[in-house]
Design a protein around this ligand. Structure first.
Ligand code: DX5
Ligand code: ZN
Length: 214
């Protein structure tokens, strides 16, 4: 089943409850939660204070994407704040294993992610140790960027490795996803697609989510 995770980064924070109710009504599977620290990426989004209202008003699982340095300092707090899955960047840590262990100890799903300039072969040692791989299809930091086409080959590469080893690790794609490329991304082997501006910038977000899934 194709999974769609609208990114709350593109929501209207003045009317967050309304936007979350739209997500609840829609066929969206998860809510993607983009946390940026202004150090790992050149932008700051939001942090813990928004987790509570999102948990309160959103009935869909919270798929937390940490774009921060030192994720080991904060992953447990995001788990405690109600994250359904917690992902962090491979290039932000020396060794991802201890950070994955902190998340696993909280019984929360793990996700390892890489920016477009990171060699996807660096993910191979961890495919069996995570619930999900998140391949960035734009450079992390901002919504509304253009999809990087080279992502397609990376999806096929990681898909073939996951299948060859008989793993159930999911592949999520994040950045520049829209109704025009969603089908091709699922075809290439993606399980889950994040979409921010394409959903919240749409005149009919629920229809857009529906179209991406079908
Ligand atoms: C970018 C974030 C994305 C972003 C996607 O750093 O990780 O999740 O919200 O936004 P769109 O779909 O507009 O590219
Ligand atoms: Zn994201």
């Amino acid at each position: 089943m194709p999974i769609i995770a609208p990114s709350v980064l593109s929501a209207d924070f003045a009317h967050l409850e309304q936007d979350l109710q739209m997500i609840n009504r829609s066929e969206a599977d998860w809510l993607h939660v983009d946390v940026m620290d202004g150090v790992f990426v050149p932008n700051i989004s939001f942090g813990f204070p928004l987790m509570a209202p999102m948990r309160k008003y959103c009935t869909k699982p919270l798929d937390v994407h940490l774009m921060i340095v030192h994720p080991e300092k904060y992953v447990e707090r995001f788990c405690d704040a109600g994250a359904w899955s917690v992902g962090f960047h491979l290039e932000a840590v020396d060794d991802p294993i201890p950070v994955l262990d902190l998340i696993k100890a909280k019984n929360v799903r793990t996700c390892l992610t890489i920016n477009p300039d990171i060699d996807p072969t660096r993910l191979l040692p961890y495919l069996h140790q995570v619930d999900m791989i998140l391949l960035m299809s734009v450079f992390a930091g901002f919504g509304g960027q253009k999809f990087i086409p080279e992502t397609m080959d990376k999806i096929r590469f990681i898909r073939s490795e996951i299948d060859r080893r008989g793993l159930s690790t999911l592949i999520e794609i994040d950045g520049g996803v829209n109704t025009g490329n969603a089908h091709a991304l699922f075809e290439a082997g993606a399980d889950a697609l994040v979409a921010g501006s394409a959903v919240f910038g749409s005149e009919n977000p629920e229809l857009t989510i529906h179209q991406m899934k079908s």
